[in-house]
Ligand binder design. Structure first.
Ligand code: SF4
Length: 209
């Protein structure tokens, strides 16, 4: 895809969806990491709703590590997969205390050793906490990158690599939430609503049927 086309697409995404995403409520890095963990397979709204009470009860990483899984569950049970998330949250905090002296590590390789933290959550955490550039590829990013012609790969790792090659670094952290919004509103998995798509002119597919 030509550079000027990519530039047009990125400018339109910035205009429509903005360049920054509201961060999850947190005071400490470990809280941000757990909030990102909670957001997997759940809506941001569900996560925003549980965080105030969760952080009121668990103000230190030790309190979370020492709590019972059942108690953690009570605070997050409106969030998807809450049982496995409660288990991972407790274990993740224990691992941070035991393996990293109580400080959340700052590399993807170290972060993915923590319970419940995958590559995507690790990249999002580093971007939100420290502004470290990274591209995170979920199902929306994968689908729309291919439809637009930004990438051709068939799995998140390939597409992540392709996007990092073609996108300017300053766009890496925001392409994820911009394409998620676009994937929910217009270019959905079931149907591409190309007639109301503001990037239709630049899209390689325009595959509405
Ligand atoms: S033009 Fe259609 S296929 Fe392309 S991004 Fe927009 S909705 Fe998706």
């Amino acid at each position: 895809m030509r550079k000027n086309v990519i530039k047009e697409i990125l400018e339109l995404l910035d205009k429509e969806y903005g360049t920054t995403k509201e961060q999850f409520l947190h005071q400490e890095d470990w809280q941000l990491l757990l909030a990102i963990m909670l957001s997997a397979q759940s809506t941001d709204k569900q996560v925003y709703e549980v965080l105030p009470n969760l952080w009121k009860r668990f103000q230190t990483i030790n309190q979370m590590a020492e709590a019972s899984i059942e108690e953690i569950e009570q605070y997050i049970k409106t969030v998807g997969l809450y049982k496995s998330k409660a288990k991972n949250m407790k274990k993740c905090c224990s691992q941070i205390i035991e393996n990293f002296h109580g400080k959340v590590p700052m590399t993807v390789d170290e972060l993915v050793t923590l319970a419940g933290v995958g590559r995507k959550s690790a990249t999002l955490f580093l971007a939100d906490a420290y502004g470290i550039p990274g591209v995170t590829v979920d199902t929306h990013v994968l689908r729309i990158s291919k439809r637009l012609g930004l990438a051709k790969g068939n799995n998140p790792v390939q597409v992540e690599k392709e996007l990092m090659e073609v996108l300017p670094k300053e766009n890496w952290n925001r392409i994820n939430f911009q394409l998620i919004y676009h994937g929910r509103a217009i270019c959905t998995a079931r149907k591409c609503h190309c007639h109301k798509c503001f990037i239709e002119k630049w899209c390689e597919k325009r595959i509405e049927k």
